[in-house]
Design a protein around this ligand. Structure first.
Ligand SMILES: Nc1ncnc2c1ncn2[C@@H]1O[C@H](COP(=O)(O)OP(=O)(O)OP(=O)(O)O)[C@@H](O)[C@H]1O
Length: 324
C-alpha cells in the first residue's frame, strides 16, 4: 500500500501541494485530476522520489520513499514512472526494447511474455521494427510495455495516452487497465481526460489550489460532485440557482446538473430560449438562456435559435445534489 502523509512541496517558495494525505491499496487504480498547473505531475514526481518534499513522508508498505537528497539515481525498484520522456533505445527493435527488461530465464517464457506485452499494446506487427522508425504514439506504447516488463508493484502514469490516436486509445485503455488489475499492479494516473477515468479508476483525487478538493470512489464522486470544478472534469455541467429549477424554492443555493440530465418537454419545466446548437455526433449540445442564466443541455436534434423549450430534471437528481 502507498501511504502519503502530510506531504507539502514548493517550487522556489511557491507552494504547489499543501498537507496531502492519501492512500493507494494494492491493485487499486487512482486517478489524479485537476486543471492544468494544479500539481498533478509534481505529485507523481514526489511519489517516485524525483523531488524532495518540504514536509511529510511517503511509504510503499514499510519502505520509505527517499527523495533526491538521499539518492544519486532517482526511483525505487518496485515503482515505475512513465512520463513524456520515454527513454527508449532508438536503434533497437520494439521486441528488444521490451524483452530486455523481462527477468525471465527460459527463452520460451521470454518469447511468451514479450508476446503478451506486445499484444497488450497492439504492436505485434511491429516487433522487428526499430524504435527510430515509429511514430510518437507508437513509441509511447512501447515505453508502456517496457515499464510493465519490469513488473512494478506501483505504476505512475502521467497523461499516458496524450500522443495516442483515437483509433487506439479506447482499446489501449481497456487492455492496459485490465492487465494491471489481472496482475494486481497499483496505478496512479495523472490526467485531464475524463475518458481515462470513468470506467477505469477505482478512485479519484481532485486537486485545486494546492489542496485535495475531493478523494472519493469514482461513481460516488460522479453522482455527487459537490463543486462545479469537479463536475466539469467529467463533462459538460451546469451550476444553476435552485430557484430556477423549483420556482417556489426559497434558497440561494445552486445545484449541479450535467447537460445530459435535462429532459426536454414541450409544455412544462424550466423555460429556456435556445441560442446555439453544436453537433456532437450521437447528440446535439444546445446552449440557451433561462432568464439570465446560461444552460447547456443535450438534444437528439438541433434547435433553432430563439426557440423556447422546457427542461426538466428528475426529482432523484435534485435530491441527490442537494444532500450535504
Ligand atoms: N521545475 C519547476 N520549477 C518551477 N515551477 C515549476 C516547475 N515545474 C512545474 N512548476 C510549476 O508548478 C505548478 C504545477 O506544475 P505541474 O506540472 O505539477 O502541474 P500539472 O497539474 O501536471 O499540469 P499539466 O496538467 O498542465 O501537466 C505549475 O504552476 C508549474 O508552472
Amino acid at each position: 500500500m502507498l501511504q502519503v502523509n502530510s506531504l507539502s512541496f514548493s517550487y522556489h517558495k511557491k507552494p504547489i501541494l499543501i498537507d496531502f494525505d492519501f492512500k493507494v491499496k494494492k491493485g487499486e487504480h487512482v486517478s489524479i485530476v485537476g486543471e492544468s498547473g494544479c500539481g498533478k505531475s509534481t505529485l507523481l514526481k514526489l511519489i517516485y522520489g524525483l523531488l524532495q518534499p518540504n514536509e511529510g513522508e511517503i511509504f510503499w508498505g514499510d519502505k520509505k520513499v527517499l527523495g533526491p537528497n538521499y539518492h544519486l539515481v532517482p526511483g525505487e525498484p518496485y515503482m515505475k514512472y512513465l512520463a513524456q520522456d520515454l527513454q527508449l533505445m532508438a536503434y533497437t527493435t520494439v521486441e528488444e526494447n521490451v524483452s530486455q527488461f523481462l527477468s525471465v530465464f527460459y527463452p520460451e517464457e521470454l518469447r511468451e511474455r514479450t508476446q503478451e506485452l506486445l499484444e497488450m499494446i497492439e504492436m505485434t506487427a511491429f516487433a522487428k521494427v526499430r524504435i527510430e522508425k515509429l511514430s510518437g504514439g507508437q513509441q509511447q506504447r512501447v515505453a508502456l510495455a517496457r515499464v510493465l516488463a519490469q513488473e512494478p508493484e506501483l505504476l505512475l502514469l502521467d497523461e499516458p495516452f496524450a500522443h495516442i490516436d483515437n483509433f487506439r486509445k479506447n482499446d489501449l485503455r481497456r487492455n492496459l487497465f485490465s492487465y494491471l488489475k489481472r496482475k494486481g499492479i497499483s496505478c496512479i494516473t495523472a490526467t485531464h481526460d475524463h475518458h481515462d477515468i470513468l470506467g477505469y479508476a477505482d478512485r479519484i483525487i481532485v486537486l485545486k489550489n494546492q489542496e485535495i478538493l475531493a478523494d472519493e470512489a469514482t461513481e460516488a464522486l460522479y453522482y455527487n460532485p459537490k463543486t462545479i470544478y469537479t463536475a466539469s472534469l467529467f463533462g459538460e455541467a451546469n451550476h444553476i440557482p435552485i430557484e430556477i429549477v423549483k420556482s417556489y424554492a426559497n434558497t440561494k443555493r445552486k445545484i449541479i446538473v450535467y447537460a445530459h440530465e435535462f429532459k426536454i418537454s414541450k409544455k412544462s419545466g424550466i423555460p429556456v430560449i435556445v441560442e446555439k446548437s453544436y453537433f456532437m455526433g450521437s447528440y446535439y449540445l444546445i446552449e440557451g438562456l433561462a432568464g439570465k442564466e446560461k444552460i447547456r443541455f443535450h438534444a437528439s436534434k438541433a434547435k433553432k435559435p430563439k426557440k423556447k423549450v422546457y427542461l426538466n430534471i428528475s426529482i432523484e437528481t435534485i435530491n441527490q445534489r442537494l444532500k450535504e
